[in-house]
Every structure is written in structure tokens, then in C-alpha cells.
Design a protein around this ligand. Structure first.
Ligand SMILES: Cc1cc2nc3c(=O)[nH]c(=O)nc-3n(C[C@H](O)[C@H](O)[C@H](O)COP(=O)(O)O)c2cc1C
Length: 347
């Protein structure tokens, strides 16, 4: 699997999930292995050029987190191109242009999903970015604005002409949000529209069987996985094992998941200090502990812990109690990762 000249270790990629696919999470998924490429949350191209502290944190990486892409959004070709150049100076391996973000502030200003509404200026913006940098540039988009405007095949074909290295398609329309199911024929239409570049299929892949179906029915070259990677960070390794041997090992156990949690917390603590890390870790811990079937009261207590001692005591308790059903080696449930609410629901 290649993005232009960039060779990817596998064709299973981590999809950006704003607020979740942060560097500490990416590092633990990488440690488990077999991730072809991971992408940061979307980053405002202007804020990047202003080198705002928060934005610079979002584009931080680590030697374990390679190859990695930064996803940028914006509507001005020169700003997007300058942001891409800056990212190359910072050492990113690939740049992804967001064409899916529906937030009014962004889409209304012609960026994110708004780019799907204007054709020639969008193709020209993408071309600007491609020509500004030596690294591969990719685009992530939905099938189109709504069922009457399925523009992804058109855009994919145009983008290929201006030198894009790959397109990732979430197989729903913007109007659909996260409702209904992913249209595999819709993704297939994009695969058929391009000549050489890889198409990355995305949406609702929760396990090996879903990925196999996505590959088989769409003919896509790679698959990107978002929510399921949070519920099961072993999914990339399972997919590569399945591809190589036809079989795959089960996802990690309760105790392995606890180890991963601690590891992720440690990465945060190294970067932000132990106490701030507790606050930053709450959101992830909530979903992890739920998936691990930890008793509700303990999960609640974890959310209000604010000191290292409290955290340690709770972790000891969680470790000794195990999951509510007592089955420590049981397969973890598919955690229901919340989809963005309100205007954010159409990534
Ligand atoms: C909480 C959340 C945050 C997301 N953030 C982004 C983002 O920053 N950029 C983007 O292109 N897509 C974003 N998405 C969309 C995902 O990358 C992906 O396309 C979508 O979740 C479908 O894939 P999945 O079913 O494997 O999760 C987000 C989705 C969720 C649920």
C-alpha cells in the first residue's frame, strides 16, 4: 500500500476522531502494531500558521507514531498551501485535506464539507496544496452533500488529475450524519471513478468481517477505522493477521486493556504532568472502562478522581474487582463511542 512514494506498513489506517485520536492514543495503537498510517484530528490551517499553542500540540508526533498525517481545513488556497509547507518543515509524512467537517462556522465559510459545494475552486485549492509540498496529499470526504448530490466520484477523479495521492471516503452523505448505514455501492462508485490512486473505504467497520466485506464489495484498496479502534485497539493487528494467515488472535483481555490504559495515561503525564493528565484522560477512561465492563460506581469515581493517590487506589480496586461478569479473559464488548452531536454529526 502506497501513498505516492510513501510506503505504508499495512492497508489499515486510523481515521481521525477529534478529541480521541490524540498522540497518546496513537502511540498505544502503534505499540500493538499493524497500523498503516494515523491521522491527527483536524487542524485549522490559519491557527497553524499563527503557531497557536493548542494547534502546535495537536500536530505533535513521536518516533513511534510514524508514518503520520496531519489533517488540515481551510478555504483559502494560499493559507492551506502555507500551512502544508509548515507541516513539511515540522516533519509530517503526509497531509490530509478535510472535506467533511460540517460545523457551520467552517462549512459556511467554504471550508470542510463546504468545499463539496463549489467544484472548480475546490479542485484548484487541492491542486495548490499538492503543488506546495513534496509529501503526499490526500483528501477525506463523504459521498456527497445529500442523496441527490453524490459528488465524491467526480471529485475523486478531478483530484487524481491534480496529483492527489489517495482519497478516503466515509460512505454516508453529509445529510445523513451518522444515521443509516454506510453505502458500499457508493464507495465502489468512487473506486471505479479513479484510475491509479488508492481509495480508502471508511465507515462502520467494527471487526474483521466488516473490513473483509468493505474490501470485497467496494474494491477499495485500504480501510480506515475510527470508532472501532477506540473500542478495540487490537483491530489493526487482527486485520493483518487475518490477511496473512486467515486467522487472528482475539482482542486483548481485561488486564491487557488496563495496562494499555495506564500506558496511555503515562504518555499524557510525561507531556502534561500527572495531575493535568488525570483531567485530560477522563474522556478516554470513560469509554475504556465501559468497554471493560467495570462496575458503574467505580467508573463514576474514576471521573471525579483528581490526585494521583486517588487514581492509584481506584486502579487497584478496578484491577482486583475485574469486570462485572467476572470473566477477565472475555472478549470486550463493542463500546458505543458517541458520535458528535448537533452540527458536528456529519463529519
Ligand atoms: C468523535 C468523532 C470525531 C471525528 N473527528 C473527525 C475529524 O477530526 N476529521 C475527520 O475527517 N473525520 C472525523 N470524524 C469522522 C471519522 O473519521 C470517520 O469518518 C467516521 O467516524 C466513520 O468511521 P467509523 O465508523 O470507523 O468511526 C469523527 C468522528 C467521530 C465519531
Amino acid at each position: 500500500m502506497h501513498y505516492g512514494r510513501l510506503r505504508l506498513q499495512s492497508r489499515y489506517l486510523l481515521s481521525p476522531l477529534a478529541g480521541f485520536t490524540t498522540l497518546p492514543f496513537r502511540r498505544i495503537v502503534r505499540r500493538i502494531g499493524s497500523v498503516g498510517l494515523a491521522t491527527t484530528d483536524l487542524v485549522n490551517a490559519r491557527a497553524l500558521l499563527a503557531r497557536s499553542e493548542r494547534t502546535m500540540q495537536m500536530v505533535e508526533s513521536h518516533p513511534e507514531d510514524r508514518p503520520f498525517a496531519v489533517q488540515i481545513f481551510g478555504s483559502e488556497p494560499s493559507v492551506m498551501a502555507d500551512a502544508a509547507r509548515l507541516l513539511v518543515e515540522l516533519g509530517v509524512d503526509s497531509i490530509d485535506i478535510n472535506m467533511g467537517c460540517p460545523v457551520n462556522r467552517i462549512a459556511g465559510a467554504g471550508a470542510g464539507a463546504g468545499l463539496m459545494c463549489s467544484t472548480s475552486s475546490t479542485v484548484s485549492l487541492v491542486q495548490h496544496v499538492v503543488e506546495a509540498v513534496p509529501v503526499p496529499v490526500t483528501v477525506k470526504m463523504r459521498l456527497g452533500w445529500d442523496a441527490h448530490n453524490l459528488t465524491a466520484p467526480f471529485f475523486a477523479r478531478e483530484f487524481e488529475q491534480v496529483g492527489i495521492a489517495a482519497v478516503a471516503i466515509h460512505g454516508r452523505t453529509r445529510e445523513q450524519g451518522f444515521s443509516g448505514s454506510v453505502s458500499l455501492p457508493g464507495i465502489r462508485a468512487v473506486v471505479q471513478a479513479v484510475q491509479r490512486i488508492p481509495v480508502v473505504g471508511n465507515g462502520d467497520v467494527r471487526n474483521v468481517a466488516d473490513a473483509a466485506r468493505m474490501l470485497r464489495e467496494t474494491g477499495c484498496h485500504a480501510v480506515s477505522i475510527g470508532r472501532a479502534a477506540l473500542a478495540n485497539p487490537w483491530i489493526f493487528r487482527q486485520l493483518v493477521q487475518w490477511e496473512e494467515t486467515g486467522q487472528f488472535a482475539p482482542a486483548g483481555t481485561f488486564d491487557e486493556r488496563l495496562e494499555l490504559m495506564l500506558c496511555q495515561y503515562q504518555f499524557l503525564a510525561e507531556r502534561y504532568g500527572p495531575e493535568r493528565a488525570i483531567v485530560l484522560f477522563r474522556k478516554m477512561a470513560h469509554w475504556y472502562l465501559k468497554g471493560m465492563r467495570v462496575r458503574r460506581k467505580l467508573r463514576g469515581d474514576f471521573q471525579s478522581a483528581s490526585t494521583i493517590t486517588e487514581l492509584q487506589t481506584l486502579l487497584d480496586q478496578i484491577r482486583s474487582e475485574g469486570p462485572v461478569d467476572g470473566n477477565r479473559s472475555g472478549i470486550l464488548t463493542d463500546a458505543e463511542i458517541p458520535v458528535p452531536k448537533g452540527p458536528n454529526a456529519q463529519w
